[in-house]
Ligand binder design. Sequence first.
Ligand code: RB5
Length: 147
Amino acid sequence: MPDPMKVALAWDHAGLQLGRVLCAHLAAKGYITENLGAADASSVDYPDYAARVARQVQSGAATLGVLVCGTGIGMSLAANRFVGVRAALCAGATAARFARAHNDANVLCIGERISGVEVALSMLDAFVNTAFEGGRHQRRLDKLAAL
Ligand code: RB5
C-alpha cells in the first residue's frame, strides 16, 4: 500500500474557520496534513502563509497544498510567485477537478467569504482525488513554465 499523500495547508485570519475544517477533513480521510495556518483570528498577512505552503510544495516536502483566505485571491497571487507552484483559485468542484487533470495544479486556493463549507469540501475531495492527465496538457505546462 502506498504511503498516504502529504498535504500542507495554511490560512490567514479570514480563512481560519474553513481552513481548520478542511485540515480536519483530510486528516480524517488518512492524509498526512501539515497545519501551517494562523493559530487564531488575529489579523495577519496572507503572503506569509501562502509562502509556507508554497515552500513545502516547491521542495517536495508536501505533494499538494491548500490555501484559504477571504477570497482566495491573495493566496493564489502569492503562491504563484514560487517557481514550480501552480496554484488554482477555485469556486466549485468542476474547476478543482480540471485544475488537477488539465493544469496539474498543486495548490488549491479557496475563499472562505466566497465558498460555503459543503462546496469547499467537494472542491477539496475533487482536488486530491484527481490525477494529472499529461499528454497535450504537459505540452501546455511546458510552455507556461517557459514564459
Ligand atoms: C483579509 O481581510 C483579506 O484581504 C484576505 O484574506 C484575502 O481575501 C486577500 O486576498
